[in-house]
Design a protein around this ligand. Structure first.
Ligand code: IPM
Ligand code: MG
Length: 356
């Protein structure tokens, strides 16, 4: 097949890990006779430096015309002044909103060979394989906000409509149908009105999926159960901010943030794929970053936007194989492992893909 992939490396290690993911996609194209056209765009701090805004119009146009988007990371200390009028993160938020990427899939699957990389006890982690579906274009992130009373009062608004809740709930139920058929909906319905609407709506949508079980959890309890009984979760669906917080917590179940990919999906097949880690300015430019989250994000791109399930599995299998053979980047290194830099790990995965 022929596909156009927008590549937005962004800032810090985003640049390095995206290059490796692109390398692996190129290996997939060569091995399987596909043509992938890569078009690079500016985003985040890099875009602020070049043209003064975190999401130039050209980048948005490029993404709208593409079949899928490979994203690195946005942000860094250079642009961190809280008084700054423009921030790199706005680039990512505008992309999510502008492209209607409402369903953010964050799978957390423990690779058994990394069980000791986590700070949590192996017997608790055993069998963890969950996926968080985070609502990505509503809630507190996009509700009205501002200051009043001469700047001494600040407010943000948590706002949701029934259609916004329905579509993300359906995405979660459809996903659960291909997995262990269990959905946990997370809210704060004992306090928040938006959560009461959330719970009501998810319960109604559940009736469309009679063979899937639905459980409701309050977000504070969910935070606790995630580290107490992680392996009992299958699909978790939640609003934007709760999902942001819970997925950082959940990422520790897999050992390192450097391992976790994500997919942000719109209606139709367009999606944005990014590692869940950030720009990690402290290790940027040192060929030390773990490119596996970006590479696994490229696998999700193959699966969800291009419909290339077999190719996705080939990439995921190559990652498993490299880990099983003891190859590690510094973040997941163990005493007897072979430590590779960012580029060498990317080369290895591309090589394994080419051979498969
Ligand atoms: C994430 C990040 C972003 C978010 C930031 C960079 C705006 O934390 O993707 O989880 O809060 O959504
Ligand atoms: Mg986050």
């Amino acid at each position: 097949m022929k596909a156009t992939i927008a590549v937005l490396p962004g800032d810090g290690i985003g640049v390095e890990v995206t290059a490796e993911a692109q390398k692996v996609l190129t290996a997939v194209a060569e091995a399987r006779g596909h043509t992938f056209v890569f078009e690079t765009g500016l985003v985040g701090g890099a875009a602020i430096d070049a043209v003064g805004v975190p999401l130039p119009d050209e980048t948005l146009t490029l993404c709208q015309a593409a079949d899928a988007i490979l994203f690195g990371a946005a942000g860094g200390p250079k642009w961190d002044d809280p008084r700054a009028a423009v921030r790199p993160e706005q680039g990512l938020l505008s992309l999510r909103k502008g492209l209607g990427l409402y369903a953010n899939l964050r799978p957390v699957k423990l690779n058994p060979v990394l069980i000791n990389a986590s700070t949590i006890k192996p017997e608790v982690l055993q069998g963890t394989d969950l996926i968080v579906v985070r609502e990505l274009t509503g809630g507190l992130y996009f509700g009205e906000r501002g200051r009043k009373d001469g700047g001494n009062t600040a407010y943000d608004t948590m706002i949701y409509t029934v259609p916004e809740i329905e579509r993300v709930a359906r995405a979660a139920f459809r996903l659960a149908a291909g997995r262990r058929r269990h959905v946990t909906s997370v809210d704060k319905a004992n306090v928040l009105e938006s959560s009461r609407l959330w719970r009501e709506t998810v319960t109604r949508v559940a009736a469309e999926f009679p063979d899937i079980t639905l459980e409701h959890l309050l977000v504070d309890a969910c935070a606790m159960h995630l580290i107490r009984r992680p392996s009992t979760f299958d699909v978790i669906v939640t609003e934007n901010m709760f999902g942001d917080i819970l997925t950082d917590e959940a990422s520790m179940l897999a050992g390192s943030m450097g391992m976790l990919p994500s997919a942000s999906l719109a209606e139709g097949s367009l999606g944005l794929y990014e590692p869940i880690h950030g720009s990690a300015p402290d290790i940027a430019g040192q060929d030390m970053a773990n490119p596996l989250a970006a590479i696994l994000s490229a696998a999700l791109l193959l699966r969800y936007s291009l419909g290339l399930e077999e190719e996705a599995i080939i990439v995921e299998a190559a990652v498993d194989r490299a880990l099983a053979e003891g190859y590690r980047t510094p973040d997941i290194a163990e005493p007897d492992s072979e430590t590779l830099g960012t580029r060498a790990m990317g080369d290895l995965i591309a090589h394994l893909v080419a051979k498969s």
